[in-house]
Design a protein around this ligand. Structure first.
Ligand code: VAH
Length: 313
């Protein structure tokens, strides 16, 4: 069966729902350091679990006969700048625990998320290649770059079947994201509906790689279900959906909500965003395992506003 670590998070929640629908609720064990929302807690087995606690993790793996682990627990870019050592401890020790369980043959397959945060200020910003200069300037980016190196090392040395994607900023409506720099692209839709105005913490022309959650989940399952021989990259795959800046997402919202207004008050997250690419070249993911995105900004805005309105009823 499957264990999801960090199941209450922005990606973890959606992975839990999709995997339960696909494999049956009782074969997917959700776990997190805290309980999640009602619908998640009522949708199948849940364990309170600290992903940095090796013994506790080993017990859950044995009890539920886990064969696959999705390690979605992490501290994201903005919060990690406030608590560097806690971020490093969580992001790295949870990964070591899961990699070592696989090395000991206690689990067969791992998914671990990396991020465009692995790129830094001197990385080529447009169509950032799969292999390029990577000097991340954030704690989160350093942990993701180092994590990629460890994943590749455990695959090469011990044959561990770990698979990874460098997610762009993710946009979803089922849960609020926590502590990310790209979270403005989620908050803006909630504010557009609740108060028709949004104060953005990034400058209007800050272009970033983004993706609608349905695309991200579909890519994750595609990678996890691909034949091992087609996975040529065991650090982490670049993945692209769309790129836009706050002014562009505001325009797409205005087309649906004409009265919507936006103003800009950049904060410490501007420096983080400025160190990241504008757009990503994901030709390797397309070549090796057939990736193709399906959501552009217009379709994302329609999906977000429609579903957030539904949830409000
Ligand atoms: C963050 N949403 O903002 C995450 C992601 C590329 C951004 O890593 O930190």
């Amino acid at each position: 069966s499957i264990l999801i670590l960090g199941a209450c998070g922005q990606i973890g929640t959606e992975l839990t729902y999709v995997l339960r629908k696909k494999h049956g609720a009782n074969t997917v064990i959700a776990s997190d350091i805290r309980e999640g929302n009602e619908s998640l807690m009522n949708s199948g087995p849940f364990e309170l679990l600290d992903a940095t606690d090796y013994n506790a993790l080993e017990e859950v793996i044995a009890y539920y006969e886990i064969s696959e682990v999705y390690l979605m627990a992490a501290m994201l870019s903005a919060t990690a700048e406030k608590f560097p050592m806690r971020a490093w401890n969580l992001n790295m020790n949870s990964l070591f625990n899961v990699l070592n369980l696989a090395k000991e043959k206690k689990i067969d397959k791992i998914f671990w998320p990396s991020s465009i945060a692995v790129f830094g200020p001197n990385t080529p910003v447009d169509d950032t290649p799969q292999n390029t200069i990577m000097e991340p300037s954030t704690v989160y980016g350093i942990s993701k770059q180092s994590g990629e190196r460890w994943c590749n090392y455990y695959h090469q040395k011990f044959g561990v079947d770990v698979r990874s994607i460098r997610y762009p900023g993710l946009i979803s409506y089922k849960t609020m994201p926590g502590g990310g720099t790209t979270d403005y692209a989620v908050e803006i839709y909630h504010k557009a509906l609740s108060s028709q105005t949004y104060t953005c913490f990034l400058k209007k022309d800050t272009k970033l790689p983004m993706m609608f959650m349905d695309d991200a989940i579909r890519a994750t399952l595609m990678l996890m279900e691909s034949h091992p021989n087609s996975i040529k990259i065991r650090s982490s795959y670049n993945l692209a959906g769309m790129s836009f800046c706050p002014a562009e997402i505001a325009e797409s919202i205005k087309r649906e909500i004409p009265g919507f207004t936006i103003d800009y008050k950049p904060d410490f997250r501007q420096e983080i965003a400025d160190s990241w690419p504008n757009s990503i070249d994901d030709s390797m993911a397309r070549m090796h395992w057939g990736w193709q995105s399906e959501f552009d900004l217009e379709r994302t805005t329609r999906e977000m506003l429609y579903n957030l309105k539904e949830n409000k009823q």
